[in-house]
Design a protein around this ligand. Structure first.
Ligand SMILES: *[C@@H]1O[C@H](CO)[C@@H](O)[C@H](O)[C@H]1NC(C)=O
Ligand SMILES: *[C@@H]1O[C@H](CO)[C@@H](O)[C@H](O)[C@H]1NC(C)=O
Ligand SMILES: *[C@@H]1O[C@H](CO)[C@@H](O)[C@H](O)[C@H]1NC(C)=O
Length: 412
């Protein structure tokens, strides 16, 4: 153990970036992996050399931005809540859309080509937007690709997280295993904290000891984390009442007034606006979602999106300072507590804003972290304010991260 830890320190110094399994040198990413002790799923191969597909091929001087944020590397890929992995010379992106849309590109900057979808039909989960699941998170573990996804309806927490797996990252060979955890209605949804959270925006992380963590949550009581069994499709303790949930982040403030009675909501509770209805939160808007756990020695980082993601048709919504931005907190444990620079716990509303609107970049969020030989890349969707505020016009953008005193800084 001590030897392994010493090795880990050496490697992390050498790479000055988080250790990541490279799966025979094929994966540049990978979705959150903790300090390696050699027991995590997958095999650490630290011999990675930067290749022609390395995300940043040349340095471009950053333009000065009054906002303090660097400009984005914008792309032509239309996406919401992207999940990106790199396998054998190809970047794969999984986006919100019919059956979870897959795009492929030889480089992060593109050109991105739609290659198909993850699911063969609607999700097998019988609720929410099962034709076009939300916020996929694809990870490579134990020789298989796992694509976690959510089904829900806007403004409601009658939601579920499902998972599909495949031997290949592209379309064509995925098996939909369906539901693994749900809130609002259905089996297990009355279990704490599912009785007060919204099971969307899944993110799976492998810790150095092989523990598997599923982070989820949106609005209401914020972000939560549970453990997965080694089969990757079962939530530990859910069936026998021993759900070991950690509360990671929340927005306790009422950022906007409650917008009850969502007419589209098929599952709206009748009448009463008290007692935590499934659609609409009577305590107001607590806009926090899109949790994403990443490791960069020696800390774990809880990334999340704060603010309004969508619906910017009304110009007042664009200028009230409540649009999406990317925040983070850090911890010495994958299970938290995560704090910001002031030491404020994310569950008490803490969080450092690492990237937000600047220039014609508007409302960046739905982020993830990808690593290459040079370090970490923050990727996200954003709206181009000189083009459109339409939901469907959001694009993939990305920035390199540098770490200053253990805090990430977005650079060009
Ligand atoms: C990794 O490479 C080894 C040796 O070439 C091979 O036996 C193994 O099957 C590979 N694993 C994967 C996941 O491709
Ligand atoms: C926004 O769109 C304009 C016009 O097409 C383009 O010149 C600019 O580079 C875009 N900015 C970003 C951040 O995508
Ligand atoms: C959820 O369950 C917990 C534990 O039983 C309980 O204390 C809490 O009040 C419940 N929350 C709601 C919103 O019903």
């Amino acid at each position: 153990m001590a030897v392994l830890f010493a090795l880990f320190l050496l490697f992390s110094l050498a790479l000055s970036a988080r250790i990541r399994p490279s799966f025979n040198g094929t994966a540049l990413n990978n979705k959150g992996t903790g300090p390696s002790t050699g027991t995590a799923a997958g095999t650490d191969d630290l011999s990675f050399e930067p290749g022609p597909n390395t995300v940043f091929r040349e340095e471009v001087p950053p333009a000065a931005a009054a906002s303090g944020f660097p400009p984005t590397h914008g792309t032509e890929l239309r996406t919401h809540d992207p999940s990106i992995i790199y396998v054998d010379g190809t970047f794969y992106s999984y986006s919100v859309g019919p059956r979870i849309v897959v795009h492929e590109a030889p480089r992060m900057e593109g050109p991105w080509t739609e290659s198909g979808a993850v699911l063969f039909g609607d999700s097998v989960i019988q609720k929410g937007d099962r034709k076009a699941p939300w916020a996929a998170n694809t990870v490579y573990l134990n020789g298989q690709y796992y694509c976690y996804y959510s089904v829900s309806n806007a403004g409601c927490r009658d939601s579920a997280i499902g998972v599909a797996s495949s031997a290949y990252p592209g379309p064509g060979a995925w098996t939909d295993h369906g539901l693994i955890i749900q809130s609002g209605t259905g089996d297990g949804s009355d279990v704490y904290p599912l009785n007060q959270s919204n099971t969307i925006d899944p993110n799976v992380f492998v810790d150095g000891d092989g523990s598997l963590y599923l982070t989820f949550g949106s609005f209401w009581s914020g972000l939560w984390q549970v453990e997965l069994e080694s089969d990757l499709v079962t939530v530990k303790g859910l069936s026998d009442g021993n759900l070991n949930a950690a509360h990671l982040a929340a927005e306790p403030g009422k950022v906007w007034r409650s917008k009850l009675a969502n007419s589209k909501a098929k599952t709206a509770t009748t009448g009463s606006s008290s007692a935590s209805p499934i659609c609409g939160d009577p305590t107001g808007g607590h806009p926090i979602e899109g949790g994403y756990l990443a490791y960069h020695a020696p800390y774990y980082y809880m990334w999340f999106s704060w603010g309004r993601c969508c619906e910017f048709k009304d110009p007042a919504m664009r200028t009230n300072g409540k649009e999406y931005r990317i925040r983070v907190g850090r911890s010495e444990s994958a299970r938290g507590p995560f704090v910001d620079k002031q030491g404020i716990d994310l569950v008490d509303g803490g969080g450092e804003t690492i990237y937000g609107s600047n220039g014609d970049v508007f409302a960046p969020g739905g982020q993830g972290i990808l690593s290459d030989a040079y370090g970490d890349i923050l990727y996200y969707h954003y709206l181009n304010s000189s083009v459109s505020y339409e939901f469907s016009d959001a694009r993939l953008g990305y920035n390199r991260l540098e770490y200053v005193d253990g805090w990430p800084v977005a650079v060009y």
